[in-house]
Design a protein around this ligand. Structure first.
Ligand SMILES: C[S@@+](CC[C@H](N)C(=O)[O-])C[C@H]1O[C@@H](n2cnc3c(N)ncnc32)[C@H](O)[C@@H]1O
Length: 294
């Protein structure tokens, strides 16, 4: 099978999965006014909303059900959400219509087969998406076609080290409980599910973390290598990739990290990732790096 055929085959499996379990879980009834988008947002989305100036343009590549895209579109920010899952997009579209989010557009497309034309954005997000494709680097290259000098690019991926515990646990749970959702509730609760009573959200999270048909994982320097190749300067990271840098010191998401030297070197990153085997267990080893196109 050629690389392209394999990319298409994996894409079909992954889009079918997200059509069945659109992510993130969306409780439409919680959204009555535009303010509810902020009220129901997680901490990361609120930070973004506070730190991205009004009227900037935003691309959310692999937007899923579009919660972030909906939120970011409200301050006169022209926002585009792209995803290949029809069901996920239709959930986002319903909220868009209900809350009259006129700056927001959703587009159905495969990130591995994407052409930017002359569209450019000030902020590009791709959170938790590329590791579910068969060719993450191709997806990355396609996404950054939408960047111009000064564009901030945020890429969130599973970390090869940080994800290790969850992978072992997943094998064990899947073997022990044979995918019985009731019996695996305890495992889900350990993850980032804020509202424990919200079973739809829990189930979506469980499927995404424990039953996903295709996931890869990446190292810090692999992603930094992609940035370097495409003239993207490292700005910041969450959790911080620098050794001994605290998370609370990295919450100015688009402000350049002051840490240089060995703490932010390949060796420092290796030590940090070894630490992530333990410390990132609750987020399943997820990390985000922010860059700026030069
Ligand atoms: C884990 S969800 C993340 C959703 C959202 N970015 C978030 O952070 O909540 C992954 C999303 O990526 C989308 N996706 C995966 N591969 C894709 C591809 N090749 N093209 C377009 N969307 C893709 C899936 O449909 C799914 O909605």
């Amino acid at each position: 099978m050629s690389q392209i055929d394999e990319d298409i085959r994996v894409g079909e499996i992954v889009s079918a999965f997200y059509n069945k379990y659109p992510f993130p879980g969306y409780d439409a009834h919680k959204y009555v006014t535009q303010e509810d988008l902020f009220k129901n947002a997680n901490l990361y989305s609120r930070l973004l909303d506070n730190q991205i100036p009004w009227e900037k343009t935003v691309l959310d590549a692999g937007c899923g059900t579009g919660q972030l895209a909906c939120l970011l579109s409200i301050k006169d920010r022209k926002t585009l959400g792209i995803d290949f899952s029809e069901e996920s997009l239709s959930k986002g579209q319903k909220i868009k219509e209900k809350l009259k989010l006129n700056n927001l557009t959703f587009r159905r497309a495969d990130l591995l087969d994407l052409k930017a034309g002359d569209e450019r954005y000030d902020y590009i997000f791709c959170n938790g998406v590329l590791h579910h494709t068969n060719n993450p680097y191709l997806g990355f290259q396609n996404i950054i076609q939408f960047a111009t000098s000064g564009t901030f690019i945020v890429i969130g991926l599973y970390n090869r080290y940080g994800r290790l515990r969850l992978r072992i646990k997943r094998r064990w749970i899947n073997w022990k409980y044979r995918s019985n959702i009731e019996k695996t509730r305890d495992a889900i609760q350990e993850m980032l599910v804020k509202d424990e009573k919200d079973t739809e959200k829990q189930d979506t999270w469980y499927q995404d973390q424990y039953q996903h048909p295709h996931e890869l994982s990446h190292t810090i320097d692999e992603l930094l290598g992609w940035f370097k190749k495409h003239n993207i300067e490292y700005i910041n990271s969450l959790p911080p990739i620098e050794l001994f840098r605290k998370e609370e010191n990295a919450t100015r998401i688009f402000k350049k990290s002051p840490v240089t030297g060995w703490r932010n070197s390949q060796f420092g990153h290796l030590l940090k990732q070894l630490k992530w085997i333990i410390s990132l267990r609750k987020t399943g080893g997820y990390f985000m790096i922010v860059g700026k196109k030069l």
